[in-house]
Write a new protein. Sequence first.
Length: 186
Amino acid sequence: MAGGAAALISFLAAIAANLLPHGVGQVVSDVVSIGLAALPIGMGVAVLKYRLYEIDRIISRTLAYAIVTGLLIGVYTGVVLLATRVLPFHTSVAVAGATLLAAALFNPLRRRVQQAVDRRFNRARCDADRTIAAFAARLQDAVDLDAVQDDLASVVHQALEPAHVSVWISQRGRGRPQSAPPRPAP
């Protein structure tokens, strides 16, 4: 907040500096440019102080949506130009068709671009997702509870890297038949 306040005050001082004589206005302008740097510096301090390290997810999503938006604009423009210039369609039909095509392509294109961006910039998350998917596939064929418990602890350690892992398994149901007779009503 201090960085934002300093930047705001600097911005207002820059407006006032235009009214001052040239020599004094230049000095105030130099001080103002330093004050405007307080906003990004304040953001950096906030990220480090409050451990906002997952900002990489925001950057990853922003990058992915920017790429998807650019690709969809290109596809939309290309289809509209193709339909109106080359093919004998009316303009409204071409625009409607291009809009439907862009809408149909959005989710598959977003998923593929997000996976590519994650593979490139967020390697740990991509590896963790693969580790968990492999565990889920192994879990389908598992029958030994101790082996599943050890495998689960190993997967959690690989994917999340916690300080310690403990697995709690309820003892309820062990040694009892699968279907118990109904209890009489009191």
